[in-house]
Design a protein around this ligand. Structure first.
Ligand code: CA
Ligand code: CA
Length: 242
């Protein structure tokens, strides 16, 4: 009955070209700001391609190969015309790897020819943009709704610090050839270092990632991130949207 009346009224209004305005739907937030944290690492299985693992038979005992890992913090600003998210970020990554022994793979194996590497404040300061396509898991009109995001991005990182190296005694590039001339590199750290690992001063930050995000009342959000962000990475982020 009421529906009929309303339909008739709507048609009448439509006939004179005055369509009643739809109830004002609240606009989804267009912007977001937040802070991010990531734990990052390079899988040992990848390093195994180039370097012996310290638990392999014959490996130099007592001088383990370090795990390459670190922690990242950053802030981000997002443009989020649904279902797209453009995350502009600045971030700082600090390598937290212990110093250690990198024994290159060769055949037949030579476990005494590796380099000792000491990481001195290594990390990067970077900026970039990550794109994420957003799939709502629950209806986005709810007060609290989760979504799944996937995408990639690019950035630039300026490398900080150095990876200082010692070569085994007898190496033609020893800076102090008379210091521990027959010792493997871990026993030569009392000598002058022989050089630094050649790491480009500026690196691309390559990102391919997915995330679970929860929107809270169009005001706040939290996100769990996983993927590749220079290293493998798992992290979390949180912030507000408006
Ligand atoms: Ca070698
Ligand atoms: Ca070797």
């Amino acid at each position: 009955m009421w529906a009929c009346w309303w339909a008739a009224a709507a048609m009448a209004i439509d006939a004179v070209g005055e369509v009643p305005a739809a109830p004002a739907a609240s606009e989804p937030p267009k912007y977001a700001v937040g802070a991010r944290y990531k734990h990052m690492w390079i899988p040992a299985s990848l390093l195994d391609i180039w370097f012996f693992a310290d638990d392999e038979p014959g490996a130099l005992a007592g001088y383990p190969r370090p795990t390459l890992k670190g922690e990242l913090v950053g802030i981000e600003f997002a443009l989020q015309p649904r279902p797209n998210n453009f995350l502009f970020y600045v971030e700082y990554f600090k390598l937290t790897s212990a110093d250690g022994y990198f024994d290159d793979r060769e055949s037949p194996a030579d476990h005494g020819d590796g380099d000792w590497v000491e990481f001195q404040n290594m990390g990067y300061a970077g900026f970039g943009v990550d794109y994420r396509y957003e799939f709502p898991i629950l209806d986005d009109s709810k007060d609290v709704w989760p979504s799944f995001l996937v995408g990639g991005g690019l950035g630039v990182g300026v490398v900080t610090g150095a990876a200082v190296q010692w070569y085994p005694g007898g190496h033609p590039d020893n800076v102090e050839p008379a210091c521990e001339p027959i010792a493997p590199s871990p026993l030569r750290t009392g000598c002058e270092p022989d050089g630094e690992a050649r790491i480009p001063p500026v690196l691309p930050i390559i990102d391919i990632g997915m995330a679970l995000k929860v929107h809270i009342k169009d005001r706040a959000w939290v996100r769990a991130d996983f993927g590749l962000h220079e290293f493998l990475s798992a992290g979390a982020a949180a912030g507000g949207e408006f």
